[in-house]
Design a binder for this molecule. Structure first.
Ligand code: DGL
Length: 277
């Protein structure tokens, strides 16, 4: 007990934007990162499929001895946060609620853009998470404009990141398609509702000048810090995936700007199947 081993997971490379922050801000914590590359992207799957995958991943991380789980994945947080916290024996950090609250506090004109994969965008999770923040914002000085979220589903973005294409003409075209309507709507705040998207930050800033960018990873990191996990002097990090470890290692190293070595492929046992047998 007391190693501070922290589980972080995503469908693929996106969670590295969260892991990167943990590695630099809480460097004493050893990380066990799992990228479910065999099933990426989650955004094009059904909610039931994604929930079953998440149960298996979290069960695996807990079995490996993690002391906390960071859902470095908006889709997982949107669809399965409540469900996972109901059975998981260690603290689970979701990525949506603190970011929605922050966006509510940051907007000046009440217009908050949300870019996310289609499943997260349709889930209404950010809108639900923002609702209590709106009530809080009305006190003590009522605001004239109540914050409202404008969601845009962006199916092309995750495959571009997984292919390492974060600054190509395809990336520009896709971002223009998704951000153009939000620019016209006049949003003053933009939530990056998928952990893959911070890799597009330079382009996003170019397309949305003057707009406040909310990266939920920043707020998830604060939640993790609050747990006060102790960590160790020389932490050893593990990076694991469900498919294509060499590709993950190569593209992840490039995108993260930090060498990921020894990425391993592991096969997860379906939690539902194992519970039934
Ligand atoms: N990066 C994940 C998220 O934050 C999953 C994206 C996907 O696989 O569609 O939602």
């Amino acid at each position: 007990m007391g190693s501070g081993l922290t589980g972080v997971f995503d469908s693929g490379l996106g969670g590295l934007t969260v892991a990167g922050r943990i590695l630099s801000e809480l460097p004493e914590l050893p990380l066990l990162y799992f990228g479910d590359t065999a099933h990426c992207p989650y955004g094009n799957r059904t909610a039931d499929e994604v929930c079953a995958l998440i149960d298996s991943i979290v069960a695996y991380l807990v079995g490996e001895g993690v002391e906390a789980v960071v859902m470095a994945c908006n889709t997982s947080s949107a669809l399965a946060y409540a469900r996972v916290t109901s059975w998981c024996p260690v603290p689970v950090i979701g990525i949506i609620e603190p970011a929605a609250r922050a966006a509510g506090a940051l907007t000046r004109n009440g217009k908050i853009g949300l870019i996310a994969n289609p499943l997260t965008a349709r889930s209404g999770a950010y809108e639900r998470a923002l609702a209590p923040a709106v009530v809080e914002l009305r006190r003590p000085e009522p605001r004239e404009l109540e914050p409202r979220i404008f969601p845009v589903g962006c199916p092309k973005l995750v495959p571009l990141v997984e292919a390492g294409q974060v600054n190509t003409s395809e990336a520009r075209e896709a971002l223009e398609e998704y951000l153009g309507p939000l620019r016209e709507e006049g949003v003053d705040t933009l939530i990056l509702g998928c952990t893959h998207y911070p890799f597009f930050c330079p382009l996003i800033r170019e397309f949305m000048p003057g707009v406040t960018i909310v990266d939920p990873a920043e707020y998830a990191l604060e939640e993790l810090r609050k747990l006060g996990l102790k960590g160790v002097d020389l932490p050893v990090h593990r990076f694991e995936v469900s498919a294509n470890p060499a590709e993950f290692e190569k593209t992840g190293t490039r995108l993260l700007g930090r060498r990921l070595s020894g990425v391993r492929q592991v096969e997860l046992i379906s939690r539902r199947a194992s519970a039934a047998s």
